[in-house]
Write a protein that binds this ligand. Structure first.
Ligand SMILES: O=c1[nH]cnc2c1ncn2[C@H]1C[C@H](O)[C@@H](COP(=O)(O)OP(=O)(O)O)O1
Length: 444
């Protein structure tokens, strides 16, 4: 994975793959405008030149800027209020974000923002969309390399099937004619942050007008929500590329020693976490569930674990902790996952997707607090529709309870992750798991 520190001349401007050299890349604090102003002042960047893809690497923060675990171990999250202050001779605050050089060996242009406009000249790239008869002079836009989800959607819609092959994307551009008017800032040819192409494309059959901005996945200040109106009630066409049901045996287990191998590191990556508490309190005074385990009902109707896609430059653990803060309002200064909490990783060749799974053990009283806090999470009611406990018992008919739960639809490889964790955490024996998997209703 490629990434880029915003600070000009920073040696960490371009790093390949996650976590190399332990450098952490922090997104700008978009949810705190006062703090954002302080960052921009420190970085000497004007707000109009910012992008949601911008990151600042850990080398511009002091040790005291980071959160610590109760035992004093430095965590990867910044303390609230931390501002980048360290700028060495080599790295100076950037005067403009639009300073990427276009030398052939400088991969900086891979991160040209989606909103960067390039006009056609002789031998310059043309619109990638097949049969596009765009008049010369119309603005061309780079693909959004900084945001894999957005990149996935752009690629899917334009018929580019090979995902995330950055060499392939190097000079691929798409012209203005494929974006609806409300994808642009007012009186400007600059695209809004989450604009997606929707006009005259070969591989897109959704409503042409309304699904030109990602409306369901983002809520950042600058993203613009489009009212889809009554005619398209419930149509979230812009999200069609994600979370399709996995095919049987689509995911293979990645051996622990190979998790950071190039093959997997170059895939799209996501990290999720099972939060659990051991408990011997009997359900209805009868069943001993042994543990309480949390899952979520997701926006797409599947069950899954808290977590999500790993951002450019994030390591797995930072990503999963960040996602748990966003999706569950988890106080990561109290509860956070570390590398030792890794349970299992899977890979889908078809989706070119690596999924890393962690565990977080808490006390039962803490689990109840976590459930309550989750109701106030940023993503509650949108990406997350509820936190649930898994019924870890089987009723007298040998079917209701856990066996029924396993019949639901699970996102990605979350069912495999659940089963692996139940076994490795000694909550259920392999035989008990098998029994639940094989159970069927006598009424059917
Ligand atoms: O719980 C999960 N276990 C395994 N894979 C999962 C889980 N939840 C989602 N996924 C897959 C499906 C997607 O391809 C990616 C990322 O999905 P998501 O969690 O929705 O990511 P964001 O929160 O939108 O970043 O992982």
């Amino acid at each position: 994975m490629l990434l880029n520190c915003t600070v000009e001349n920073c040696e960490n401007k371009l790093v390949k793959r996650n976590g190399i050299n332990g450098v952490i890349f922090h997104r700008l604090p978009w949810d705190d405008l006062e703090l954002l102003d302080k960052w921009l002042k420190a970085l000497k960047i004007k707000k109009c030149n910012t992008s949601h893809y911008m990151t600042v690497c850990s080398e511009h923060f002091t040790e005291n800027d980071y959160k610590r675990s109760p035992s004093g171990v430095k965590l990867t999250d910044l303390l609230h209020g931390a501002v980048p202050t360290i700028f060495t001779d080599n790295s100076k605050p950037q005067t403009s974000f639009f300073t990427y050089r276009r030398k052939s060996n400088d991969l900086g242009h891979l991160f040209a923002k989606q909103s960067e406009i390039r006009t056609r000249e002789n031998n310059d790239p043309v619109c990638f969309v097949p049969n596009c008869r765009t008049p010369t002079g119309l603005p061309l836009y780079n693909f959004p390399f900084g945001d894999k989800r957005l990149l996935h959607i752009w690629s899917k819609r334009t018929g580019l099937s090979t995902m995330y092959d950055t060499d392939l994307y190097l000079n691929i551009t798409i012209c203005k004619s494929h974006f609806h008017d409300n994808c642009f800032h007012e009186n400007s040819m600059q695209l809004k942050p989450y604009a997606i192409p929707s006009i005259d494309l070969i591989d897109y059959s959704g409503p042409p007008d309304n699904c030109c901005l990602i409306t369901s996945l983002y809520s950042e200040e600058n993203s613009v929500m489009t009212n889809t109106g009554d005619r398209t009630w419930g149509w979230l066409g812009s999200t069609e590329a994600f979370g399709r049901l996995p095919e049987p045996n689509e995911f293979i287990v990645i051996p622990k020693s190979q998790i950071h191998c190039e093959k997997y590191a170059n895939s799209t990556q996501a990290a999720h976490c099972l939060i659990y508490a051991e408990s011997n309190e009997k359900v209805f005074g009868i069943y001993n569930p042994r543990a309480s385990i949390l899952m979520q009902l997701r926006y797409d109707g599947y069950f899954g674990f808290p977590g999500g896609l790993i951002d450019s430059g994030e390591d797995f653990v930072t990503a999963v902790n960040r996602e748990m803060a966003e999706e569950m309002n988890l106080d990561t200064t109290i509860h956070s996952v570390s590398h030792d909490d890794h349970v299992i990783s899977h890979w889908s060749e078809k989706k070119n997707l690596a999924l890393h799974f962690y565990k977080l053990k808490v006390k039962m009283t803490e689990l109840i607090e976590i459930e309550k806090r989750a109701l106030l999470a940023r993503d509650y009611g949108s990406e997350v529709l509820g936190t649930i406990r898994i019924p870890l018992y089987t009723l007298g008919d040998h079917y209701r309870g856990f066996p029924v739960f396993l019949k639901h639809n699970f996102i990605g490889c979350s069912k495999e992750q659940l089963i692996a964790a139940l076994s490795s955490l000694n909550i259920l024996t392999p035989e008990e798991i098998q029994l639940a998997l094989n159970a069927h209703s006598k009424n059917v």
